[in-house]
Design a protein around this ligand. Structure first.
Ligand SMILES: NC(=O)c1ccc[n+]([C@@H]2O[C@H](COP(=O)([O-])OP(=O)(O)OC[C@H]3O[C@@H](n4cnc5c(N)ncnc54)[C@H](O)[C@@H]3O)[C@@H](O)[C@H]2O)c1
Ligand SMILES: [Zn+2]
Ligand SMILES: [Zn+2]
Length: 345
């Protein structure tokens, strides 16, 4: 089968690989129908995860059809169409019992990271019963791909951890697929002001169409410009959705006393934590890897078609064009790309 394989930073290739087989009775083999590329994959490409093993198939988001199940899989049968969660979880360890699936003792973010991922014709999913979700007919396959990672990440690590409440003024720093997912799911909780901050005009334009009340570009005057919108003290919730020191810095400057900073970005470098200014502010600062525990709720939300998730999809490619797809995604600003759909058939 064909798979997009990692060989170290700036070194990926579409290659022939053996089709995966059932290794444990809790596994399922899924025939991938649609997959996509994540900002995290660009991070891997750019060298943020140098410990990764040469030869791993990338990808942790997708939709597929069950091809084979191990003897202990009870919730799925051959032919079921499923969302593949970016997080694999056993459902029974200490962390899974707290719904902290991202820290599952026999799972977590392993797909396209520690074990072969979804950017391939077939993928082996460990702990299939707890790591896959059956797709009802009411959800379009391409919309379903957005539920593997980006929507739950934005919702759980941005909006829920940030404790967005009715009437809040919030700022989302970063308008990539994750920032936009924060924007969409924040609206479940009716914040009054949503300021989206990014360098990319196209992405800010999309943010406006999808519910941002204001957009700003980062500059030396950012704090003054923001103050004109939300007042001198800043925002109730600052959500970091980029993963670089500069954007962390923005978040710690713009949050008001009693507020929340929710860090969503994956950081490859340390940041300065301005504790000498922040200790007095009674802040709640959260970090985390998505648990995907809200996938069932998000599936209900998208099936009413009230969440315009399909607006995020800007490009389509075939698996055979995967290298080209990476090129486009890595030049997202120039290519006006947000989320790409890779058709595997
Ligand atoms: N915590 C989690 O569980 C989790 C899950 C998935 C992704 N992520 C991470 O979330 C982050 C965002 O993912 P994405 O797919 O949206 O990435 P992306 O690269 O598509 O988007 C990042 C956005 O940040 C903008 N940006 C860059 N520098 C900026 C600056 N100085 N100020 C403002 N905006 C700036 C870019 O223009 C871009 O629009 C990544 O770090 C990714 O690894 C975290
Ligand atoms: Zn991802
Ligand atoms: Zn577990």
């Amino acid at each position: 089968m064909k798979a997009l394989v990692y060989h170290g930073d700036h070194n990926i290739a579409l290659e022939e690989k053996a089709k995966p087989v059932i290794e444990k009775t809790t596994d399922a083999i899924v025939k991938v129908v649609k997959t996509t590329i994540c900002g995290t994959d660009s991070g891997i490409y750019k060298g943020k995860n140098p410990y990764m093993r040469d030869g791993i198939t990338l990808g942790h988001e997708g939709v597929g059809i069950i091809e084979e199940v191990g003897d202990s899989v009870s919730q799925f049968k051959v032919g079921d169409k499923v969302i593949i969660s970016c997080i694999t979880s056993c459902g029974s360890c200490e962390y899974c019992k707290k719904q902290l699936y991202s820290h599952c003792k026999d799972g977590g973010w392993i797909l396209g990271h520690m074990i072969d991922g979804v950017q391939a014709e077939y993928v082996r999913i460990p702990h299939a019963d707890n790591s896959l979700y059956k797709i009802p007919d009411s959800i379009d396959d391409e919309v379903a791909v957005m539920i593997s990672d980006i929507l739950p990440t934005g919702h759980e690590i941005g909006v829920q951890y940030g404790e967005v409440k009715p009437g809040d003024a919030i700022a989302i720093v970063g308008a990539g697929p994750i920032g936009i997912s924060v924007l969409l799911t924040a609206q479940f909780y009716s914040p009054a002001i949503i300021v989206v901050i990014d360098l990319d005009e196209n992405r800010l334009e999309m943010a406006k169409q999808l519910g941002a009340t204001h957009t700003l570009k980062p500059s030396d005057n950012l704090q003054e410009e923001l103050a004109e919108i939300v007042g001198e003290e800043g925002v109730d919730v600052a959500i970091e959705a980029v993963g670089i020191p500069q954007t962390w810095d923005v978040c710690q400057k713009i949050v008001k006393p009693g507020g929340n900073i929710a860090n969503v970005g994956v950081h490859g470098k340390k940041v300065d934590f301005e504790i000498q200014d922040l200790w007095i502010k009674n802040l709640t600062i959260t970090t985390g890897l998505v648990n995907t525990n809200t996938i069932p709720m998000l599936m209900k939300a998208v099936s009413t078609n009230k969440l315009p998730v399909n607006k995020l999809i800007t490009h389509h490619f075939k698996l055979s064009e995967m290298e080209k797809a990476y090129e486009v995604f890595l030049n997202a600003s120039k290519e006006k790309a947000m989320k790409l759909i890779i058709d595997v058939d």
